[in-house]
Design a protein around this ligand. Structure first.
Ligand code: NAD
Ligand code: UDP
Length: 321
């Protein structure tokens, strides 16, 4: 594969930092752009000495002028707690960010991949979710800044394809977890693991019967890179995720068992518009990308628990909640 200069927006976040690392491993140059809204320099410290790695502090809601060969657009807070903190900024990041990055891709005539989300399906009535399903999203709820922002971004990508023949790649990512999730991320996997490692109560929202399908970080990044390598006529949207489906209560019980925690499971109110079920149909990804996830939940949780155990030991202040 020829060496390329590749822009990763949101490159200091959980998924972005792992993507930067994998691209550098393949011999590419990486330009990482981030405003550190949820990302952390600690995710990319180890890359800063690499002459092929460049970090730019920049907000994608502002235009960006760089010369690159490909763009992965990951900039956007992904955890409900964070994207709801500043909903206006979340919409701007999704929409203005997409316009700016698409403008850049158009000027340079290069492929651009958008990290879309299973949230475009909202609280789905079709299960498992296929790409043809249009979704069930509340346009004025607490999740809508993210859900509708990401839907509008997909629309923008599609429009640039239609009007400018841009090589777009839309991937719809389902819940992904793994080492480097921020300890205060607020997502269910990091919450439960840290609660368990601290022998605190495990907080299940609602009765815990809602389901999610959890994909390990390495599997997800592999699929993203395969998508970028597809010919220009492959645009997506394509679901990427792990079809193994678990209730939130099952996840809590697994984390308690694997950590040996003394934690109790307690119930807290279910946030508004929390999807009741979520599971990707990955038939398209299997066929188009010749990909399917390899890491079972128990194995991926093992790596993630170990990561947080070390982090709690080495940097307890960073983990204070
Ligand atoms: P993350 O919050 O760890 O990373 C997002 C990164 O984007 C952070 O480094 C943040 O500082 C940066 N960012 C946010 N707004 C920005 C802006 N305006 N300008 C520049 N940088 C900005 O989240 P993540 O889990 O790594 O998610 C990465 C991408 O994948 C997001 O686009 C998210 O919507 C998508 N996604 C993730 C999941 C998941 O389960 N992890 C699921 C679906 C979609
Ligand atoms: N959840 C929970 N306890 C927590 C955090 C989340 O029960 O401490 C639930 C949440 O209500 C949702 C599921 O776990 O039903 C997944 O939440 P997360 O924020 O990880 O992502 P989502 O898929 O909702 O975007």
């Amino acid at each position: 594969m020829s060496m390329k200069r590749i822009l990763v927006t949101g490159g200091s976040g959980f998924l972005g930092s792992w993507l930067c690392e994998k691209l550098l491993d393949q011999g590419h140059e990486v330009v990482c752009v981030d405003n550190f809204f949820t990302g952390s320099k600690r995710n990319i410290y180890h890359l800063l000495d690499n002459p092929k790695f460049e970090l730019i502090r920049h907000d994608v809601t502002q235009p960006l002028y760089v010369e690159v060969d490909q763009i992965y657009n990951l900039a956007c807070p992904a955890s409900p707690v964070h994207y709801q903190r500043d909903p206006i900024q979340t919409v701007k990041t999704c929409v203005h960010g997409a316009i700016n990055m698409l403008g850049l891709a158009k000027r340079l005539k290069i492929p651009i991949l958008q990290s879309s989300t299973s949230e475009v399906y909202g609280d789905p009535s079709v299960h498992p979710q296929v790409e043809e399903y249009w979704g069930n999203v509340n346009p004025v709820g607490i999740r809508s800044c993210y859900d509708e922002g990401k839907r509008c971004a997909e629309t923008l990508f599609h429009a640039y394809r239609l009007q400018c023949n841009l090589a777009i790649k839309l991937v719809r990512i389902f819940n992904t977890y793994g080492p480097r999730m921020h300890p205060n991320d607020g997502r269910v996997v990091s919450n439960f693991i840290l609660q368990a490692l601290n022998n605190q109560d495990i907080t299940i929202y609602g009765d815990g019967s809602q389901t999610r399908s959890f994909c390990y970080r390495d599997d997800l990044i592999e699929a993203m890179m395969r998508m970028m390598a597809t010919p220009p006529d492959i645009t997506g949207p394509i679901n990427i995720g792990n079809p193994g489906e678990f209730t939130i209560r099952e996840l809590a019980e697994m984390v308690i068992e694997m950590t040996g925690a003394k934690s109790r499971i307690i119930r807290q109110p279910l946030p508004a518009d929390d999807p009741k079920q979520r599971r990707p149909d990955i038939t398209k990804a299997k066929k188009t990308l010749n990909w399917e996830p390899k890491t079972p939940l128990r194995e991926g949780l093992g790596h993630t628990i170990e990561y947080f155990r070390q982090l709690l030991h080495n940097d307890p202040d960073f983990c204070r909640r």
